[in-house]
Write a protein that binds this ligand. Structure first.
Ligand code: ADP
Ligand code: MG
Length: 268
């Protein structure tokens, strides 16, 4: 099957500095590709090149649409590395969603349709209870779920997640990554995921790109890439792959536990 995107000899320079060089890789359709590498390696910049937020040389070829002939994805979902919201911002999650879902100003009120759509969006990420909570007062994990809900509407052909669990407590990370794996499986959305959690990467990713100092150092399946040797080369000798998920992992979760929120009957 054709990949969703093919990146050929991509280079990015910013402020006169070469940030990415000679990147060749593919985003496999319907799969989770993980992007790993030290801080400053260029991971966020690669995501920004994919959404054309930074200028680049080389080619990013998309094969989108139902017959894979479209050169642009209809929708790309993007959850940025960090979103700092002013704590005094009084908007609730519903109002925050309404700002993007409706065309008229918020002071004219929120329609029933927008309320229902907001509930549906939150239900996809198991967060319907957050509807009336002030968005600026959410915890790190709650904020990421809300941003994920927003990124999933309308259904994206490509979902870019830049360290989506960085602000989430260690114990809450597994459910969050389980959710990402479930979105990938049930909605068949191609995902590019930046993560430092190598154990998570080894469980949820189908393909791993390892970026080092602006270049792809290695790529392949998690078992090919996440060897002790390769991790040492990328992260130095202090980092090790260890498994803190002992109950089967996201890829093995029981489908009977799934939310079942995906598919045509749920607004996509
Ligand atoms: N707008 C910019 N101008 C100059 N340098 C930048 C800019 N954005 C990022 N960089 C630099 O590019 C390098 C890669 O950044 P980034 O892609 O954010 O890395 P990562 O996400 O892997 O931590 C860093 O050294 C960063 O300082
Ligand atoms: Mg980054």
């Amino acid at each position: 099957m054709k990949p969703l995107a093919t990146i050929k000899n991509l280079s990015v320079s910013l402020g006169g500095r070469s940030i990415l060089r000679g990147i060749d890789c593919e985003l496999q359709r319907g799969k989770i590709t993980a992007l790993i590498g030290l801080n400053g390696a260029g991971k966020s910049t690669l995501l920004k090149a994919l959404i054309r937020e930074v200028p680049y040389q080389g080619a990013i070829e998309f094969h989108c649409g139902h017959d894979h002939s479209s050169h642009r994805p209809d929708h790309v979902g993007y959850v940025p590395q960090r979103l700092v919201l002013d704590e005094r911002m009084p908007l609730t999650v519903l109002e925050f969603f309404a700002l993007t879902l409706q065309r008229w100003p918020l002071f004219l009120g929120i329609s029933q349709k927008v309320r229902e759509r907001s509930q549906l969006m939150l239900s996809r990420v198991g967060a319907i209870h957050l509807l009336h909570r002030p968005v600026a007062k959410l915890s790190g994990g709650e904020t990421q779920r809300v941003l994920l809900a927003l990124a999933l509407e309308p259904k994206p052909e490509l979902l870019l997640l830049d360290e989506p669990a960085a602000g989430i407590d260690f114990v809450d990370q597994k459910p969050f990554y389980d959710l990402i794996a479930e979105i990938n499986r049930q909605a068949n959305i191609t995902i590019l995921l930046v993560s430092h959690e190598l154990s998570v990467v080894s469980e949820v990713a189908h393909h791993v790109l390892c970026l080092n100092n602006g270049k792809i150092q290695c790529q392949g399946t998690p078992s090919e890439v996440l060897t002790d040797e390769a991790i040492k080369n990328t992260f130095g000798s202090g980092k090790r792959l260890y498994n803190h998920f002992h109950d089967g992992g996201a890829g093995c979760s029981d489908p009977s536990h799934s939310h079942g929120f995906w598919g045509h009957s749920h607004g996509w």
